[in-house]
Design a protein around this ligand. Structure first.
Ligand code: ARG
Length: 461
Protein backbone atom coordinates (compact mmCIF):
# COMPACT_ATOMS: atom_id res chain seq x y z
CA UNK A 1 0.00 0.00 0.00
CA UNK A 2 1.33 3.47 -0.82
CA UNK A 3 1.44 6.09 1.91
CA UNK A 4 -2.00 7.58 2.00
CA UNK A 5 -0.74 11.02 3.03
CA UNK A 6 1.89 11.55 0.32
CA UNK A 7 1.76 8.45 -1.89
CA UNK A 8 0.26 10.11 -5.01
CA UNK A 9 3.18 9.37 -7.32
CA UNK A 10 4.16 6.08 -5.69
CA UNK A 11 2.97 2.78 -7.15
CA UNK A 12 4.12 0.61 -4.24
CA UNK A 13 4.47 0.89 -0.49
CA UNK A 14 7.88 0.96 1.21
CA UNK A 15 9.77 -2.19 2.08
CA UNK A 16 9.40 -3.19 5.71
CA UNK A 17 12.93 -2.16 6.48
CA UNK A 18 12.39 1.23 4.83
CA UNK A 19 9.29 1.75 6.95
CA UNK A 20 11.23 0.84 10.05
CA UNK A 21 14.17 3.14 9.47
CA UNK A 22 11.93 5.96 8.30
CA UNK A 23 9.36 5.98 11.07
CA UNK A 24 9.78 8.31 14.02
CA UNK A 25 6.36 7.83 15.61
CA UNK A 26 7.75 5.71 18.45
CA UNK A 27 9.59 8.71 19.81
CA UNK A 28 8.09 11.84 18.25
CA UNK A 29 4.63 11.01 19.62
CA UNK A 30 5.87 13.03 22.58
CA UNK A 31 5.39 16.14 20.47
CA UNK A 32 1.63 15.62 20.16
CA UNK A 33 0.64 18.57 22.36
CA UNK A 34 2.98 20.95 20.54
CA UNK A 35 1.86 19.58 17.17
CA UNK A 36 -1.80 20.13 18.01
CA UNK A 37 -1.14 23.62 19.41
CA UNK A 38 0.82 24.49 16.25
CA UNK A 39 -1.95 23.17 14.00
CA UNK A 40 -4.63 25.07 15.87
CA UNK A 41 -2.68 28.31 15.65
CA UNK A 42 -2.01 27.69 11.95
CA UNK A 43 -5.67 26.96 11.21
CA UNK A 44 -6.85 30.02 13.13
CA UNK A 45 -4.49 32.16 11.11
CA UNK A 46 -5.58 30.54 7.80
CA UNK A 47 -9.21 31.34 8.63
CA UNK A 48 -8.42 34.89 9.67
CA UNK A 49 -6.63 35.40 6.35
CA UNK A 50 -9.62 33.87 4.51
CA UNK A 51 -7.46 31.02 3.22
CA UNK A 52 -9.85 28.47 4.77
CA UNK A 53 -13.47 28.98 5.80
CA UNK A 54 -14.75 29.54 9.33
CA UNK A 55 -16.64 26.26 9.10
CA UNK A 56 -13.44 24.39 8.23
CA UNK A 57 -11.67 26.04 11.13
CA UNK A 58 -14.37 24.98 13.54
CA UNK A 59 -14.23 21.38 12.35
CA UNK A 60 -10.41 21.34 12.48
CA UNK A 61 -10.31 22.67 16.04
CA UNK A 62 -12.96 20.26 17.27
CA UNK A 63 -11.19 17.33 15.60
CA UNK A 64 -7.79 18.30 17.02
CA UNK A 65 -9.27 18.66 20.51
CA UNK A 66 -10.76 15.23 20.25
CA UNK A 67 -7.43 13.77 19.07
CA UNK A 68 -5.70 15.33 22.02
CA UNK A 69 -8.17 13.68 24.37
CA UNK A 70 -7.76 10.36 22.56
CA UNK A 71 -3.99 10.52 22.94
CA UNK A 72 -4.14 11.55 26.58
CA UNK A 73 -6.58 8.77 27.47
CA UNK A 74 -4.58 6.14 25.61
CA UNK A 75 -7.28 5.59 22.98
CA UNK A 76 -5.34 6.88 19.99
CA UNK A 77 -3.97 4.23 17.62
CA UNK A 78 -0.49 5.21 16.50
CA UNK A 79 0.57 3.73 13.20
CA UNK A 80 4.12 3.14 12.01
CA UNK A 81 2.92 3.23 8.41
CA UNK A 82 2.03 6.88 9.01
CA UNK A 83 5.67 7.59 9.91
CA UNK A 84 5.46 10.37 12.41
CA UNK A 85 3.29 12.34 14.82
CA UNK A 86 2.36 14.91 12.17
CA UNK A 87 0.91 12.38 9.73
CA UNK A 88 -0.67 10.28 12.47
CA UNK A 89 -2.61 13.28 13.72
CA UNK A 90 -3.55 14.54 10.28
CA UNK A 91 -4.74 11.13 9.18
CA UNK A 92 -6.93 10.73 12.25
CA UNK A 93 -8.28 14.24 11.67
CA UNK A 94 -9.34 13.13 8.19
CA UNK A 95 -11.16 10.15 9.69
CA UNK A 96 -12.90 12.41 12.16
CA UNK A 97 -13.85 15.46 10.07
CA UNK A 98 -13.33 14.46 6.46
CA UNK A 99 -12.44 16.98 3.80
CA UNK A 100 -11.58 20.05 5.92
CA UNK A 101 -8.67 18.04 7.38
CA UNK A 102 -6.99 18.20 4.00
CA UNK A 103 -7.01 22.02 4.14
CA UNK A 104 -5.03 22.22 7.38
CA UNK A 105 -1.76 21.60 5.60
CA UNK A 106 -2.22 24.61 3.28
CA UNK A 107 0.82 26.92 3.35
CA UNK A 108 2.68 24.52 5.61
CA UNK A 109 5.09 21.60 5.33
CA UNK A 110 6.20 18.99 7.78
CA UNK A 111 9.54 20.77 7.67
CA UNK A 112 8.33 23.96 9.34
CA UNK A 113 5.84 21.92 11.36
CA UNK A 114 8.49 19.74 13.00
CA UNK A 115 10.79 22.73 13.50
CA UNK A 116 7.96 24.51 15.31
CA UNK A 117 6.97 21.51 17.43
CA UNK A 118 10.52 20.80 18.48
CA UNK A 119 11.28 24.42 19.37
CA UNK A 120 8.13 24.59 21.47
CA UNK A 121 9.02 21.33 23.18
CA UNK A 122 12.60 22.29 24.02
CA UNK A 123 11.52 25.77 25.10
CA UNK A 124 8.89 24.43 27.48
CA UNK A 125 11.33 21.84 28.84
CA UNK A 126 13.77 24.64 29.65
CA UNK A 127 11.08 26.24 31.83
CA UNK A 128 10.68 22.95 33.66
CA UNK A 129 14.46 22.60 34.15
CA UNK A 130 14.66 26.15 35.41
CA UNK A 131 12.05 25.44 38.07
CA UNK A 132 13.95 22.30 39.10
CA UNK A 133 17.24 24.19 39.31
CA UNK A 134 15.61 26.96 41.37
CA UNK A 135 14.36 24.32 43.80
CA UNK A 136 17.81 22.76 44.05
CA UNK A 137 19.29 26.19 44.74
CA UNK A 138 16.70 26.68 47.44
CA UNK A 139 17.59 23.36 49.07
CA UNK A 140 21.30 24.24 48.96
CA UNK A 141 20.79 27.77 50.32
CA UNK A 142 18.62 26.51 53.17
CA UNK A 143 21.22 23.94 54.16
CA UNK A 144 23.93 26.58 53.77
CA UNK A 145 22.15 28.96 56.09
CA UNK A 146 21.75 26.21 58.68
CA UNK A 147 25.46 25.40 58.40
CA UNK A 148 26.94 28.84 57.87
CA UNK A 149 29.20 28.20 60.86
CA UNK A 150 29.83 24.45 60.44
CA UNK A 151 33.56 24.13 59.93
CA UNK A 152 35.06 21.66 57.50
CA UNK A 153 38.34 21.36 55.65
CA UNK A 154 38.48 23.11 52.29
CA UNK A 155 40.50 21.20 49.73
CA UNK A 156 42.79 21.84 46.83
CA UNK A 157 44.21 18.74 45.10
CA UNK A 158 41.91 16.87 47.54
CA UNK A 159 44.49 17.80 50.17
CA UNK A 160 43.40 19.73 53.25
CA UNK A 161 44.05 23.37 52.34
CA UNK A 162 42.27 25.85 54.62
CA UNK A 163 39.25 25.56 56.88
CA UNK A 164 35.98 26.67 55.29
CA UNK A 165 32.36 26.33 56.29
CA UNK A 166 29.97 23.69 55.01
CA UNK A 167 27.54 26.45 54.06
CA UNK A 168 30.18 28.19 51.97
CA UNK A 169 30.92 24.95 50.15
CA UNK A 170 27.23 24.45 49.32
CA UNK A 171 26.80 28.04 48.15
CA UNK A 172 29.57 27.45 45.60
CA UNK A 173 27.12 25.10 43.87
CA UNK A 174 24.33 27.65 44.09
CA UNK A 175 26.56 29.98 42.05
CA UNK A 176 27.27 27.31 39.43
CA UNK A 177 23.59 26.52 39.11
CA UNK A 178 22.81 30.18 38.72
CA UNK A 179 25.10 30.31 35.68
CA UNK A 180 23.49 27.12 34.37
CA UNK A 181 20.10 28.80 34.60
CA UNK A 182 21.54 31.79 32.77
CA UNK A 183 22.78 29.55 29.95
CA UNK A 184 19.36 27.92 29.61
CA UNK A 185 17.69 31.33 29.66
CA UNK A 186 20.03 32.58 26.90
CA UNK A 187 19.28 29.55 24.80
CA UNK A 188 15.56 29.98 25.36
CA UNK A 189 15.72 33.61 24.31
CA UNK A 190 17.47 32.83 21.04
CA UNK A 191 15.24 29.87 20.24
CA UNK A 192 11.96 31.64 20.89
CA UNK A 193 11.31 32.59 17.27
CA UNK A 194 8.61 31.03 15.16
CA UNK A 195 9.62 28.93 12.11
CA UNK A 196 5.99 28.19 11.19
CA UNK A 197 5.19 29.63 7.77
CA UNK A 198 8.59 28.88 6.29
CA UNK A 199 6.72 25.97 4.67
CA UNK A 200 9.01 23.44 2.95
CA UNK A 201 11.95 25.85 2.71
CA UNK A 202 11.05 28.82 0.50
CA UNK A 203 8.03 30.39 2.20
CA UNK A 204 4.61 30.38 0.58
CA UNK A 205 2.51 32.29 -1.92
CA UNK A 206 -0.49 32.23 0.42
CA UNK A 207 -1.14 35.50 2.30
CA UNK A 208 -0.26 34.07 5.72
CA UNK A 209 0.31 36.12 8.87
CA UNK A 210 3.34 34.79 10.68
CA UNK A 211 3.11 37.38 13.43
CA UNK A 212 -0.27 35.99 14.34
CA UNK A 213 0.91 32.40 14.76
CA UNK A 214 3.98 33.66 16.63
CA UNK A 215 1.82 35.41 19.15
CA UNK A 216 -0.54 32.47 19.54
CA UNK A 217 2.34 30.10 20.29
CA UNK A 218 4.18 32.41 22.66
CA UNK A 219 7.08 33.09 20.30
CA UNK A 220 8.68 36.54 20.39
CA UNK A 221 8.61 36.95 16.60
CA UNK A 222 8.79 34.93 13.37
CA UNK A 223 12.17 33.67 12.18
CA UNK A 224 13.55 35.89 9.41
CA UNK A 225 14.77 33.41 6.80
CA UNK A 226 12.64 30.51 5.62
CA UNK A 227 15.62 28.32 4.74
CA UNK A 228 17.27 28.82 8.11
CA UNK A 229 13.89 28.18 9.74
CA UNK A 230 13.67 24.59 8.56
CA UNK A 231 17.42 23.86 8.63
CA UNK A 232 18.36 25.14 12.08
CA UNK A 233 18.82 22.87 15.07
CA UNK A 234 21.37 24.96 16.95
CA UNK A 235 18.71 25.75 19.55
CA UNK A 236 18.73 22.08 20.50
CA UNK A 237 22.53 21.95 20.39
CA UNK A 238 22.79 25.03 22.55
CA UNK A 239 20.35 23.59 25.05
CA UNK A 240 22.28 20.32 25.11
CA UNK A 241 25.50 22.25 25.67
CA UNK A 242 23.90 24.04 28.62
CA UNK A 243 22.56 20.68 29.82
CA UNK A 244 26.03 19.14 29.55
CA UNK A 245 27.65 21.85 31.65
CA UNK A 246 24.84 21.64 34.19
CA UNK A 247 25.20 17.84 34.35
CA UNK A 248 28.95 18.28 34.90
CA UNK A 249 28.25 20.61 37.83
CA UNK A 250 25.82 18.14 39.35
CA UNK A 251 28.34 15.35 38.90
CA UNK A 252 30.93 17.26 40.91
CA UNK A 253 28.57 17.59 43.86
CA UNK A 254 27.53 13.97 43.39
CA UNK A 255 31.17 12.89 43.53
CA UNK A 256 31.69 14.92 46.69
CA UNK A 257 28.67 13.28 48.28
CA UNK A 258 30.04 9.85 47.36
CA UNK A 259 33.38 10.72 48.94
CA UNK A 260 31.80 12.41 51.97
CA UNK A 261 29.59 9.37 52.66
CA UNK A 262 32.46 6.89 52.62
CA UNK A 263 33.54 5.24 55.86
CA UNK A 264 36.95 6.90 55.46
CA UNK A 265 35.49 10.42 55.35
CA UNK A 266 32.13 10.24 57.14
CA UNK A 267 31.62 13.98 56.47
CA UNK A 268 27.89 13.59 55.82
CA UNK A 269 25.16 11.01 56.31
CA UNK A 270 22.37 10.17 53.90
CA UNK A 271 19.24 8.45 55.13
CA UNK A 272 17.57 5.32 53.78
CA UNK A 273 15.72 7.55 51.33
CA UNK A 274 18.74 8.07 49.12
CA UNK A 275 20.87 5.01 49.75
CA UNK A 276 20.64 1.29 49.12
CA UNK A 277 21.97 -1.73 50.94
CA UNK A 278 24.25 -4.42 49.58
CA UNK A 279 22.84 -7.88 48.96
CA UNK A 280 25.96 -9.49 50.44
CA UNK A 281 27.64 -6.98 52.76
CA UNK A 282 25.20 -6.08 55.54
CA UNK A 283 27.25 -3.13 56.82
CA UNK A 284 26.95 -1.18 53.58
CA UNK A 285 24.90 1.87 52.75
CA UNK A 286 25.58 2.82 49.16
CA UNK A 287 25.01 6.32 47.77
CA UNK A 288 23.51 5.00 44.51
CA UNK A 289 21.55 8.14 43.67
CA UNK A 290 24.72 10.23 43.90
CA UNK A 291 26.61 7.71 41.79
CA UNK A 292 23.93 7.83 39.10
CA UNK A 293 23.93 11.63 39.06
CA UNK A 294 27.71 11.40 38.73
CA UNK A 295 27.23 9.15 35.69
CA UNK A 296 24.64 11.26 33.85
CA UNK A 297 27.08 13.50 31.97
CA UNK A 298 27.98 10.39 29.95
CA UNK A 299 24.68 10.28 28.14
CA UNK A 300 24.06 14.03 28.21
CA UNK A 301 27.39 14.93 26.62
CA UNK A 302 26.78 11.96 24.36
CA UNK A 303 23.54 13.56 23.18
CA UNK A 304 25.31 16.82 22.41
CA UNK A 305 28.01 14.97 20.49
CA UNK A 306 25.48 12.85 18.60
CA UNK A 307 23.43 15.83 17.43
CA UNK A 308 26.53 17.89 16.63
CA UNK A 309 27.77 15.07 14.41
CA UNK A 310 24.36 14.75 12.73
CA UNK A 311 24.33 18.46 11.91
CA UNK A 312 27.95 18.82 10.91
CA UNK A 313 28.36 19.26 7.18
CA UNK A 314 24.63 18.91 6.50
CA UNK A 315 23.70 20.95 3.41
CA UNK A 316 20.73 23.32 3.61
CA UNK A 317 17.90 22.89 4.17
CA UNK A 318 16.00 19.97 5.72
CA UNK A 319 17.38 16.45 5.43
CA UNK A 320 15.99 13.36 7.05
CA UNK A 321 19.18 13.14 9.08
CA UNK A 322 17.59 15.77 11.28
CA UNK A 323 14.94 13.35 12.48
CA UNK A 324 17.77 12.00 14.65
CA UNK A 325 17.62 15.18 16.72
CA UNK A 326 14.81 14.06 18.98
CA UNK A 327 15.64 10.85 20.82
CA UNK A 328 18.97 12.18 22.02
CA UNK A 329 17.49 15.47 23.14
CA UNK A 330 14.57 13.84 24.92
CA UNK A 331 16.87 11.40 26.69
CA UNK A 332 19.30 14.10 27.76
CA UNK A 333 16.63 16.47 29.08
CA UNK A 334 14.74 13.69 30.89
CA UNK A 335 17.90 12.53 32.57
CA UNK A 336 18.97 16.01 33.53
CA UNK A 337 15.56 16.73 35.05
CA UNK A 338 15.78 13.49 37.02
CA UNK A 339 19.32 14.24 38.18
CA UNK A 340 18.31 17.72 39.36
CA UNK A 341 15.36 16.32 41.33
CA UNK A 342 17.49 13.54 42.84
CA UNK A 343 20.14 16.06 43.84
CA UNK A 344 17.57 18.33 45.51
CA UNK A 345 16.31 15.31 47.44
CA UNK A 346 19.82 14.33 48.53
CA UNK A 347 20.73 17.86 49.60
CA UNK A 348 17.63 18.05 51.79
CA UNK A 349 18.33 14.59 53.17
CA UNK A 350 22.05 15.03 53.78
CA UNK A 351 23.23 15.80 57.32
CA UNK A 352 26.79 16.92 57.91
CA UNK A 353 28.60 15.21 60.80
CA UNK A 354 29.85 18.33 62.55
CA UNK A 355 32.38 16.64 64.85
CA UNK A 356 33.97 14.67 62.07
CA UNK A 357 34.14 17.77 59.88
CA UNK A 358 35.76 19.81 62.59
CA UNK A 359 38.28 17.13 63.46
CA UNK A 360 39.15 16.87 59.77
CA UNK A 361 39.52 20.64 59.54
CA UNK A 362 41.94 20.48 62.46
CA UNK A 363 44.11 17.83 60.88
CA UNK A 364 46.45 18.56 58.02
CA UNK A 365 47.70 21.87 59.48
CA UNK A 366 44.90 23.74 57.75
CA UNK A 367 45.64 26.96 59.68
CA UNK A 368 49.21 27.18 58.40
CA UNK A 369 48.23 30.07 56.10
CA UNK A 370 46.79 31.91 59.09
CA UNK A 371 50.13 31.53 60.86
CA UNK A 372 51.99 32.87 57.83
CA UNK A 373 49.55 35.78 57.54
CA UNK A 374 50.08 36.55 61.26
CA UNK A 375 53.85 36.68 60.75
CA UNK A 376 53.37 39.11 57.86
CA UNK A 377 50.92 41.34 59.72
CA UNK A 378 52.61 41.33 63.13
CA UNK A 379 56.32 40.83 62.46
CA UNK A 380 56.26 42.65 59.08
CA UNK A 381 57.88 39.64 57.47
CA UNK A 382 57.72 39.43 53.67
CA UNK A 383 55.12 36.75 52.79
CA UNK A 384 57.73 34.47 51.17
CA UNK A 385 59.82 34.45 54.36
CA UNK A 386 56.71 33.89 56.46
CA UNK A 387 55.82 30.94 54.23
CA UNK A 388 59.25 29.45 54.86
CA UNK A 389 59.11 29.99 58.63
CA UNK A 390 55.62 28.50 58.76
CA UNK A 391 56.84 25.47 56.84
CA UNK A 392 59.48 24.88 59.49
CA UNK A 393 56.93 25.25 62.30
CA UNK A 394 54.62 22.75 60.56
CA UNK A 395 57.53 20.32 60.26
CA UNK A 396 58.16 20.69 64.01
CA UNK A 397 54.48 20.03 64.82
CA UNK A 398 54.59 17.01 62.55
CA UNK A 399 57.66 15.73 64.40
CA UNK A 400 55.87 16.20 67.72
CA UNK A 401 52.60 14.75 66.33
CA UNK A 402 50.58 17.71 67.53
CA UNK A 403 48.39 20.49 66.12
CA UNK A 404 49.92 23.92 65.45
CA UNK A 405 47.88 25.27 68.36
CA UNK A 406 49.39 22.61 70.64
CA UNK A 407 52.99 23.75 70.13
CA UNK A 408 54.46 25.79 72.98
CA UNK A 409 55.49 29.41 72.57
CA UNK A 410 59.12 28.29 73.06
CA UNK A 411 58.73 25.81 70.19
CA UNK A 412 57.54 28.67 67.99
CA UNK A 413 60.24 31.06 69.14
CA UNK A 414 62.92 28.44 68.47
CA UNK A 415 62.07 28.95 64.81
CA UNK A 416 61.25 32.66 64.78
CA UNK A 417 62.21 34.58 67.90
CA UNK A 418 59.77 37.47 67.43
CA UNK A 419 56.64 35.30 67.77
CA UNK A 420 54.44 36.21 70.77
CA UNK A 421 51.63 34.36 72.49
CA UNK A 422 49.11 36.43 70.51
CA UNK A 423 49.77 34.03 67.63
CA UNK A 424 47.66 31.35 69.32
CA UNK A 425 44.53 33.39 68.65
CA UNK A 426 44.75 32.74 64.91
CA UNK A 427 45.66 29.07 65.02
CA UNK A 428 42.22 27.63 65.72
CA UNK A 429 39.95 26.71 62.82
CA UNK A 430 37.20 28.92 64.27
CA UNK A 431 39.47 31.96 64.23
CA UNK A 432 40.64 31.07 60.75
CA UNK A 433 37.18 30.99 59.15
CA UNK A 434 35.98 33.99 61.16
CA UNK A 435 38.87 36.04 59.77
CA UNK A 436 37.99 35.36 56.12
CA UNK A 437 35.68 38.35 55.80
CA UNK A 438 36.88 39.53 52.39
CA UNK A 439 34.04 39.76 49.83
CA UNK A 440 33.12 36.22 48.83
CA UNK A 441 35.18 34.73 51.68
CA UNK A 442 34.16 31.88 53.96
CA UNK A 443 33.54 33.79 57.23
CA UNK A 444 30.23 32.62 58.80
CA UNK A 445 28.90 36.20 58.72
CA UNK A 446 29.45 36.30 54.96
CA UNK A 447 27.94 32.88 54.43
CA UNK A 448 24.86 33.71 56.46
CA UNK A 449 24.38 36.91 54.49
CA UNK A 450 24.90 35.18 51.13
CA UNK A 451 22.52 32.34 52.01
CA UNK A 452 19.88 34.83 53.10
CA UNK A 453 20.24 36.76 49.87
CA UNK A 454 19.68 33.57 47.85
CA UNK A 455 16.70 32.62 49.96
CA UNK A 456 15.17 36.01 49.37
CA UNK A 457 15.44 35.83 45.57
CA UNK A 458 15.25 32.13 44.76
CA UNK A 459 13.81 32.85 41.30
CA UNK A 460 15.76 35.98 40.59
CA UNK A 461 19.36 35.00 39.94
N1 ARG B 1 9.55 13.07 11.14
C1 ARG B 1 10.23 14.13 10.49
C2 ARG B 1 11.35 14.64 11.38
O1 ARG B 1 11.33 14.37 12.52
C3 ARG B 1 9.32 15.25 10.17
C4 ARG B 1 9.72 16.06 9.00
C5 ARG B 1 9.60 15.29 7.74
N2 ARG B 1 9.84 16.07 6.60
C6 ARG B 1 10.03 15.54 5.41
N3 ARG B 1 10.27 16.35 4.45
N4 ARG B 1 10.05 14.25 5.23
O2 ARG B 1 12.27 15.27 10.95
Amino acid sequence: MTNKMWGGRFAQGPSAIMAEINASIDFDRRLYAQDIAGSKAHATMLAKQSIISKADLKAIHAGLDQIKTEIETGKFKFSQALEDIHLNIESRLKELIGEPAGRLHTARSRNDQVATDFRLYVRDYIDQLDAGLADLQLALAQKAEAHAGTIMPGFTHLQSAQPVTFGHHLLAYVEMLSRDRGRFADSRKRMNENPLGAAALAGTSFPIDRNMTSKALGFDRPTRNSMDSVAARDYALETLAAASICAIHLSRLAEEIVIWCSAQFRFVSLSDKFTTGSSIMPQKRNPDAAELVRAKPGRILGAFTALAVVMKGLPLTYSKDMQEDKEQTFDALDNLALAIAAMAGMVRDMEPNKDVLKAAANSGYATATDLADWLVQNLKMPFRDAHHVTGRIVALAEKKSCLLSELSLEDMQSISSGITKAVFKVLTVEASVASRTSFGGTAPVNVRRAAKAWLKFPKGK
